[in-house]
Design a protein around this ligand. Structure first.
Ligand code: OGA
Ligand code: NI
Length: 366
C-alpha cells in the first residue's frame, strides 16, 4: 500500500493551488480570459469531485405558473396562490410565464450581458474587484479563495436598490437595460411577495411590509464554453442567501435543482423566468417554504448567460432582526431559527462559499 502523502506534500499542494488561484485572479480576465487564450484542458483549480446524487432521467420538473389575470380574476388569483404555495413548499422553485416583462426586454437584458463580457478585457478590468462594498463587483468566483473548487463562470454583481445607482455608476455595455430590467423585476417581485404572503395565509402586504423587497442585487453571469465539462461545474451546489430570486436564463440549459436526492433539470422555457425561495424566506416562514440547493453544469456549448435578481439588501448595514414570523409559529410548531439581520446572514453565507455539504441556514437553527 502507498503511504498517505506527507504533511509537507499536502502543504506544497495547497501552496501550489493558492499560487494558481492568485495567478488566475490577477489576470482580471476571468474564465472567459482562459478560454480566449485557447486552453484545451480545464486547469486543476476548477476540478470538482463528483457528488453522490444522480441526475433524474424521468420527465419530472418544477411547475410553470401562468400569472396572466391575477390582478383582475379573483378565482384565477386564488388558484395561482395555491400553486405558488405548493411549489414553494415542495420544490422551492417554479417558473412564471405572462409575468409582465416583455420578450424584447428579456432579450435585450441577455444581449447586454453578452456585450459586457465580450468587451475588451482592458475595459472590463476597470470593474474587476473583490471589494463587496462597491456598487458593481465584477470577478470570477466570489469565493475563489475559500471554496474547494473554482467554478467555470464569471459574475458581475450590481446593487440596484434600496439606493438606486446613477447611470454612470454602471458599465456602459448594459447600463440602460439594467435600469429598465431592474425596474420591471422590482414590480414583478412585489406581486410575487403578495402571492407568497397570501400562500402563507398572511395579509398580501405582509412580506413587503417586513422589508423583503427593499433590496435588489442583480448578478449577471457568463458561463464560457468548457473543453472538459465533466471535470468541473458552472456553479457548485448552493442555496441562495436572499429572500427570493428571479432568474432569467438563456436557451442553453444546465441549471439543476436537488430534489429528493436527485438532480432535476430546470429546462429553459421561452419567455419564462425562474423563481426560487432563498434562505431568508425559508427562515422567516419557519421552513414552510424551502430554499433548495441547485447548481449549473458546465457545457461544451457556450457561452451561456443568465441574470439572477436577488431580493436582499445583502451586506448593507442593517439592524432589523428577522426570525420566524409570529403568525406561522405556535406551541406545536415552535420557531426553528434564531433571529438574524440580513447583513449578518449574508456575511456568514459569504464566508462559507458555494459547494459545501451543509446549508448555511443550519447554523441558525435553534
Ligand atoms: C445564482 C444561480 C443560476 C444560473 O446566481 O445563484 O443559481 O442559471 N444562478 O445562473
Ligand atoms: Ni443560486
Amino acid at each position: 500500500m502507498e503511504d498517505p502523502p506527507s504533511t509537507d506534500a499536502n502543504e506544497e499542494n495547497l501552496n501550489n493551488r493558492m499560487n494558481e488561484l492568485k495567478a488566475f485572479d490577477e489576470t482580471k480576465a476571468g474564465v472567459k480570459g482562459l478560454v480566449d487564450s485557447g486552453i484545451t484542458k480545464v486547469p486543476q483549480i476548477f476540478y470538482t469531485p463528483p457528488d453522490p446524487f444522480t441526475t433524474n432521467k424521468v420527465e419530472f420538473s418544477i411547475p410553470v405558473i401562468d400569472l396572466d389575470g391575477i390582478e383582475t380574476n379573483q378565482d384565477h388569483r386564488k388558484e395561482t396562490v395555491k400553486k405558488v404555495g405548493n411549489a414553494s413548499s415542495t420544490w422551492g422553485f417554479f417558473q412564471v410565464v405572462n409575468h409582465g416583462i416583455k420578450q424584447n426586454v428579456l432579450d435585450e437584458m441577455l444581449e447586454g450581458v453578452r456585450r459586457f463580457y465580450e468587451e475588451d478585457t482592458q475595459v472590463k478590468k476597470e470593474w474587476y474587484t473583490r471589494d463587496g462594498s462597491k456598487r458593481v463587483v465584477y470577478n470570477s468566483n466570489f469565493d475563489l479563495y475559500s471554496a474547494a473548487s473554482a467554478n467555470w463562470r464569471d459574475t458581475t454583481y450590481c446593487s440596484m436598490a434600496p439606493k438606486t445607482p446613477n447611470p454612470e455608476e454602471l458599465p456602459l455595455a448594459c447600463r440602460d437595460i439594467m435600469i429598465e430590467y431592474s425596474k420591471q423585476v422590482t414590480k414583478l417581485g412585489t406581486s410575487l411577495f403578495e402571492l407568497l404572503s397570501e400562500a402563507l395565509d398572511l395579509k398580501p402586504y405582509h412580506l413587503k411590509n417586513m422589508g423583503c423587497s427593499e433590496g435588489l442585487a442583480v448578478l449577471y453571469h457568463y458561463y464560457p464554453a468548457c473543453p472538459e465539462p465533466e471535470l468541473t461545474l458552472g456553479a457548485s451546489k448552493h442555496a441562495d442567501y436572499d429572500f427570493l430570486t428571479v432568474l432569467l436564463q438563456d436557451n442553453i440549459g444546465g441549471l439543476q435543482i436537488l430534489h429528493q436526492n436527485q438532480w432535476v433539470d430546470i429546462p429553459p422555457v421561452p419567455g419564462a423566468l425562474v423563481v426560487n425561495i432563498g434562505d431568508l424566506l425559508q427562515l422567516i416562514s419557519n421552513d414552510k417554504f424551502k430554499s433548495s440547493q441547485h447548481r449549473v453544469l458546465a457545457n461544451h456549448i457556450g457561452p451561456r448567460v443568465s441574470v439572477a435578481c436577488f431580493f436582499t439588501t445583502g451586506l448593507l448595514p442593517s439592524s432589523k432582526l428577522y426570525g420566524p414570523i409570529n403568525e406561522l409559529t405556535s406551541e406545536e410548531n415552535p420557531p426553528k431559527y434564531r433571529e438574524t439581520t440580513v447583513r449578518e446572514y449574508s456575511l456568514h453565507y459569504n464566508s462559507k462559499g458555494l459547494g459545501g455539504t451543509d446549508s448555511a441556514l443550519l447554523d441558525f437553527m435553534l
